[in-house]
Design a protein around this ligand. Sequence first.
Ligand code: IMP
Ligand code: MG
Length: 230
Amino acid sequence: MGNESFRSIVISDMALVRTSQKYAPPHVPDPGLASRWARTGSSLRATFTAPMSTVQLHDLHFEPFISEQELGKAIDVVASDLNRKYAGKRPLFIGVLNGAFFFAAELVKRITVECEITFVKVASYHGTASTGKVDQLIGLNERISGRHVVVLEDIVDTGNTIEHIMAVLADHHPASISIAALLFKPDAYKKDIPIDHVAMRIPNAFVVGSGLDHDGLGRNLPGILRIVQN
Ligand code: IMP
Ligand code: MG
């Protein structure tokens, strides 16, 4: 392969933000590092991490909060706890869409025990404040009775959603149910149900990234970004 087909380029912060809108998410973890991107064929890839900038989603601005690496380490811990707890029990992981797609994928690739995974969907949240209303649980086709169920949530905030899901699942008489959440806001939580496995506890601030959205945007952003308070 000749040098001309693998040409490194260094671009400024401004250029990175502009370029990233076309080629990559507008934020990468670890602030303060130099930005260097390599062009390979028609795509750009980061050769090492670039500075993070704030990101605008609709009307709100978000700043870097938790890096992909930190998140990965926290998921490692949850996975090893689950691997110990569910050895020989063939757990059924139930991811709560849309937000839990990232956590579910990252978690189950670290699960070494025999397991199944499925997804359900609820609609409970609009904008930056929990509505407290939870609609139907859609897509639950697997036989739950007698199974060891692990519910996977992107984030537990007030707990309204998880309370509803637990009530529906309990009606199906599983052998056991536990909850694993990527993020948990203890200061916002209003329920008594224990959140058994939490990757990261965070303060009561609105966040996006790694599956979490602000009105449909931001799920694709790596790591977790926190709302910038004006
Ligand atoms: P809860 O019912 O108040 O616990 O909220 C649960 C759901 O609200 C989560 O599954 C998310 O979809 C959404 N949610 C709660 N907090 C946030 C946040 O900070 N950012 C994005 N979505 C959130
Ligand atoms: Mg959710």
